[in-house]
Design a protein. Structure first.
Length: 463
């Protein structure tokens, strides 16, 4: 671990070689901490950023730029960005070995230790380092404001695929993560094919039977009322076949040359279609979240399943040689699924992904994780349609199944350092100065399929 004040060559600093020398020139890049060696603060080593600067400037000591983004455009292979005291917009991504030093006076670029503040509004992160081998961040305050978008996270700094990065005398501040949105409730499915009309069975007239009515549902699946029988002919069973149903609600066809009103089954009338079973609710979530594209993604609740369509009514049988049967009505469409609640956003000081990081003489403050979103209620299954009229009528369609409820989302994190693959090295001073807020509460599911509470930890590993 490198001691604070001598970032790259502690032995040189300890021996006094890093002390300012009268009449000296710029120190070589990559040797000393500006807090100990003013020679490091030179035009040949980096780009200068000042709140009094202008992005049309060349980025030198005497003509600094105003923004970090412009400094990165002008870096031209140099290893340092020097930022004097003041407030600056963040949201920058630094690739390669570029160190950022604050704690400098804007008037003469001498070291004062007063941190420059770099802030951004989520989803932006004040500073992200990617593939930064040996980079250093010193004497800066990095602040992510409160998340605004549902399920959004507030993250102060992110380091990805970077070995040997040092954070020295920094203050990382993350504000509240945002509560996850409630999952959308399901709706009753509708018939989407125009030829179905309202799904009612077709009537019979004399020797003309009522034909089959086929209905395609917006919630998925197809249901059809059976066609009526020709004169002295059997009707057609309703579709789909649903095996578990009460007696007489099986969508069976009417029988030819039979009484249309006989209480004895089967008779000439088509039977009512069976109702579809209600869909199962979504399973409860069991994890808080994961990294997706090297960013934290809170775990959302799962969606329920859509209810299936009810069985169509059976077609009536042809009562005799002069009278055909009527068609059955379509079953009702199923309800659509309730959607899962969104996971609650996190409040994270440092997100370190597959990186070796030293954190020295620093402080990390996080706020509250957002609550998980509630799961949505499944849509109600639609009622079956009336069978067609005739001497032997068609059966009514069965009810569609209710959609399953979505599950609640996970509560959000409040974590000082969230890491994957390699645990950062944190000195005792920093560890004692990590202050975290409250975790977000689990999102509730309508069927008891709740999410899980978030976590509040100073240091937490993620997969």
């Amino acid at each position: 671990m490198v001691a604070a004040g001598c970032l790259s060559s502690p032995s040189r600093c300890e021996s006094g070689e890093c002390s300012p020398k009268d009449g000296g020139t710029d120190a070589p890049a990559g040797t000393c901490d500006p807090a100990r060696d003013a020679r490091c603060i030179g035009d040949q080593n980096g780009v200068f950023v000042s709140q009094l600067g202008n992005d049309n400037n060349d980025g030198t000591k005497t003509k600094p730029v105003r923004s970090l983004a412009k400094a990165l455009e002008k870096i031209a292979g140099r290893p340092y960005i020097f930022v004097c005291e003041g407030n600056y917009d963040g949201g920058v991504r630094i690739e390669g070995t570029v160190s950022v030093f604050g704690g400098l006076a804007c008037s003469d670029w001498r070291y004062t230790g007063k941190a420059a503040k770099i802030s951004s509004a989520p989803p932006a992160i004040p500073i992200t380092f990617v593939n930064a081998n040996g980079a250093t961040v010193a004497d800066l305050e990095l602040e992510a404001t409160e998340a605004v978008a549902p399920g959004g996270s507030s993250i102060a700094a992110r380091i990805v695929n970077s070995p040997g990065v040092s954070l020295v005398r920094v203050r990382l501040v993350a504000h509240d993560g945002k509560a996850g949105a409630t999952g959308e409730s399901g709706v009753t499915g509708t018939y989407v094919n125009p030829e179905a009309g309202d799904g009612s069975g077709k009537k019979a007239s004399g020797v003309t039977s009522g034909g089959q009515t086929v209905c395609t549902c917006s919630s998925g699946g197809t249901t059809s009322g059976g066609s009526g029988g020709a004169p002295s002919g059997d009707g057609q069973d309703g579709f789909p076949k649903i095996p578990v149903n009460p007696p007489g609600q099986d969508g069976l066809r009417g029988i030819a040359n039979s009484s249309c009103t006989s209480p004895v089954e089967p008779n000439g009338s088509g039977n009512v279609g069976a109702s579809a079973a209600n869909a199962s609710p979504a399973n409860a979530v069991t994890s808080i979240g994961e990294l997706v594209n090297d960013m934290w993604s809170p775990r959302a609740g799962a969606d329920g399943a859509a209810g299936g369509p009810g069985q169509g009514g059976g077609g009536g049988g042809g009562r005799d040689a002069s009278n055909a049967g009527a068609g059955g009505g379509c079953g009702g469409c199923g309800g659509t699924a309730g959607k899962g609640g969104q996971g609650g956003g996190a409040s994270v000081g440092l997100l370190a992904v597959n990186s070796s990081v030293n954190v020295l003489e620093s402080a990390i403050v996080t706020a509250n994780g957002g609550d998980g979103g509630k799961g949505g209620v499944g849509g109600t299954g639609g009622a079956g349609r009336r069978g067609g009229s005739g001497d032997c009528p068609g059966g009514d369609g069965g009810k569609g199944g209710d959609g399953g409820a979505g599950s609640g989302g996970a509560g959000g994190l409040s974590v000082g350092i969230l890491w994957q693959a390699r645990r950062p090295e944190v000195d005792a001073t920093t560890m004692s100065a990590i202050k975290v807020g409250a975790f977000g509460a689990k999102g509730l599911g309508p069927a008891g399929n709740n999410g899980i509470d978030g976590q509040a930890e100073r240091v937490l590993q993620t997969l």
